[in-house]
Design a protein around this ligand. Sequence first.
Ligand code: ZN
Length: 305
Amino acid sequence: MGLTSWPQKVVLVEVGPRDGLQMEGTFVSTQDKIKLIRYLADAGLPVIQATAFVHPRKVPQMADAEELLAGLGSLPGTLLSALTLNQKGVERACRCKLDIIEVSISASDTHGIRNAGMDFRQALARLDSMVRTAIDCGRRVQASLQCTFGCVYDGPVAIKRVIEAVKAMVDAGADGITLADTTGMADPLQIKKVLEMVLKITGSIPLTLHLHDTRGLGMVNLLAGLEMGLTRFDTAFGGLGGCPFVPGAAGNVPTEDVVNFLSRLGIETGIDVRKVAQCTGRMAGILGHLPQGRLWRVLVPPMKS
Ligand code: ZN
């Protein structure tokens, strides 16, 4: 496929405040999270996943979800989303000010049980009611499938299972669907094979890829998605991120690296790469370690100690 057939514009969904921070041992204060999200909105991120409504004991970093959203208010030009894994999470999200509720289930039984206390069948059985609740409270619903491309516990995920989950998401009335490579096990050929089948089901419902760079294939997987015509990707500033219930988990594809890559391909994102890099630099100070992304090190050289 030639350069000219690639999309002109791509939407990046910033998941750093949720997927990124949930892996961090240092608790980031609610005020610092609010500042971070405002910086990211100012950098031009059109959608920001701000938090998750999950059990505070399981993911302590997300314990301040309600307080965070109340403090944030609305951000002009940026839609706010939050992740939910069960009915209770959706109900909590419905009581808060946010635009998009992400309803997420895992394609893997073991990962699903560790992450949300439900295997694939149990989660799938609850999906419809979760989506319905979010729609009824007037929110856009993003349905997502974790471990789409494999699981560190259960191994390969059958494509049949992915198709079944995506069909259920379409039938439930989701506004958008995300396929997540939670464990970073995907490769470009698998991405293309899965997308080829899934795109036949999703029709006009926009499909997003959520990629982790655990095995160094994040960016080539993103390119495979682009070549299949996708125009939406989840990314995290600095390449932070990972699932606390996936051993060896590594970060998402870094927002600033992806913005730079896309701009080299002539694809617009509307995002100010320098501002995102500054954000990563500031967070490196708060977190006490250097995020794995590359470009921020060039644009905002970290201080040598
Ligand atoms: Zn993730």
